[in-house]
Design a protein around this ligand. Structure first.
Ligand code: N01
Length: 503
């Protein structure tokens, strides 16, 4: 058997996509990888977000790795804590933990002398391939509101929930009504002393019931594992067939889903004043669609107030709106979203010749097929720019991207390729074709959302997700500048040698 070159892979992040990359390498028999994780546990967004009501709004059967079905989901939509337990279990079962350096933040990665040099508090270390899997919505965004720091009570972002604060006795002020805010409202409405919702923009809500799975059903899935695969395929197909197509293709599907949202509001909220407050002035599906079963019921509970007057400022006792009204509060929660354009930053990525990722992305994040960046050899991004995210399960997306990175890693292991970088021309062509497709999407129909980039165009994939999977299944070496290996290099075994480390 031909000797294989030992390719050292660095993975940044041990969340859903970092674990996916690690599992993909494990399945390919590759153990020469290190996962850098700045926290002390795996899980990423599902570790950080623990707010009341946290649920994934993608069906649980579909929100799993294809290689690791989970017959134990308790509900149709998986609760956040179960998802986190699932990722911990996958890390344990696959032996990934021994490759993870917890509590280790990578501050920069610099391509030098044909390798990626990663800087951590321990010094510098070299790898052949860099895979970033730092997550999409990781950096909390706090609103710029006058007096924000002056509030006297506890105040925190939804993704940094302080569970030491008791809730039932509190008058809670909640800023933000995105997917997060609506889940918090659905959970807390009517269960706390007061819940004042500061809504800047109303949301369309698609009604999704969340039934509990019976013990009998779970036992059947254990007994007949094929049922898990059928469930995965069925819910994956349904979700893609409905939501993923409706957002990128105008037509009947989009009209039907829109009508369901409009009727949901009409039938659920009879009070005309409240209904007017909750009626958006843009089309359903334009922002990331909120999927919720209980939101409208929750906002009608006693003690819940929806405030649509703009916030003027925050003072020690509470929030003052533009009409001069002070709403006194005991606790302030910012469900105000994330910096969706951070990607792997603030970590510095520096390519050959000193080109930084910030420079390359001065006009906005751009990638080749969502995974590779012109000017940065052997760099692969999971959930990179224009990934098919939004109302979709990100797990199959990560699997396709990890599979693509693996293809190149295998080429390197086989000694055929030393380094590969997508050309600027191929990257531009790809981005131009996406730009041309954007007008058909609902995301440009006139709403503001975190989907939109600097140029006002969505940083999402404008076609059906299956196309993304196909693009990644068939790598096009012609789109890359490739440094070919002249001859097979000798195999290297064991840990990185002394030359790989600089302290
Ligand atoms: O954040 P968002 P999110 N004053 O950016 C408001 C994923 N997710 O955390 O619409 C007043 O959507 C802002 O108002 P406006 C999912 O991808 C997934 O809710 O900009 N309000 C908006 O209402 C989701 O899309 C699940 O006018 C201010 C809200 O804050 C993404 O996370 C569950 C304000 C921010 O909404 C982010 O959702 C939950 C200000 N100064 C989340 N600034 C799943 O189930 C902002 N707002 C998979």
């Amino acid at each position: 058997m031909a000797q294989q070159r030992r390719v050292q892979v660095a993975i940044i992040g041990a969340g859903m996509s970092g674990l996916c990359m690690a599992a993909t390498l494990e399945d390919a028999g590759i153990d020469s990888y290190t996962v850098f994780e700045q926290a002390d546990e795996v899980g990423g967004t599902w570790r950080d977000n623990t707010y009341p009501g946290l649920t994934c709004d993608v069906p649980s059967r579909y929100y799993t790795y294809s290689f690791r079905p989970n017959p134990d989901w308790s509900h149709f939509l998986p609760p956040g804590r179960e998802i986190q337990a699932y990722f911990r279990q996958v890390a344990d079962e696959r032996g990934i933990r021994r490759h993870i350096r917890f509590g280790t933040a990578v501050t920069s990665a610099r391509y030098d002398d044909g390798r990626w040099w990663l800087t951590t508090a321990d010094g510098e270390e070299a790898f052949d391939v860099l895979v970033t899997a730092a997550g999409v919505l990781r950096v909390p965004r706090y609103p710029e509101i006058l007096g924000r720091e002056s509030f006297a009570g506890p105040a925190f972002h939804s993704s940094r929930w302080d569970h030491s604060v008791s809730l039932p006795d509190k008058r809670i002020g909640l800023i933000g009504t995105g997917s997060t805010g609506t889940q918090i409202i659905a959970e807390l409405g009517g269960t706390v002393r007061g819940l004042t919702v500061f809504q800047r923009t109303a949301q369309w809500v698609f009604p999704v019931p969340n039934p509990r799975y019976s013990a009998l059903g779970r036992a059947a899935l254990h007994r007949f594992p094929a049922l898990n695969r059928i469930g995965y395929r069925f819910w994956g197909w349904s979700f893609r067939f409905l939501f993923c197509r409706a957002v990128v293709q105008p037509g009947l599907r989009r009209r039907v889903l829109s009508s369901i949202c409009r009727w949901n509001l009409r039938l659920s909220v009879r009070d005309p004043v409240l209904r007017a407050k909750l009626t958006p002035d843009y089309q359903p599906l334009c922002k990331r669609q909120v999927m919720a079963g209980h939101f409208y019921r929750a906002v009608r509970q006693p003690g819940v107030e929806v405030v649509t007057d703009p916030i003027d400022h925050i003072e020690p006792r509470g929030i003052v709106t533009a009409d001069g009204t002070l709403r006194e509060l005991d606790l302030l929660v910012y469900a105000t979203g994330f910096d969706a354009r951070a990607y792997v930053r603030p970590m510095q990525i520096v390519g050959p010749g000193g080109l930084t990722l910030d420079q390359a992305w001065a006009d906005g994040p751009r990638a080749y097929r969502s995974v590779a960046v012109a000017g940065f050899p052997n760099l692969f991004m999971l959930m990179g720019p224009h990934s098919p995210i939004g109302n979709n399960s990100l797990i199959p997306v990560a699997e396709a991207q990890a599979g693509y990175a693996l293809w190149w890693i295998q080429e390197m292991r086989a000694g055929r390729v030393v380094a590969a970088t997508p050309t600027l021309a191929a990257t531009d062509e790809y981005n131009q074709s996406m730009k041309a497709a954007m007008p058909s999407t609902i995301w440009v129909s006139g709403c503001s959302s975190w989907y939109l980039g600097k140029d006002g165009l969505p940083e999402l994939f404008p076609w059906v997700p299956e196309r993304h999977t196909e693009l990644l299944r068939h790598p096009e070496p012609a789109d890359f500048d490739i440094c070919w290996s002249g001859a097979s290099e000798p195999a290297v075994s064991g840990e990185p040698n002394a030359a790989d480390r600089r302290t």
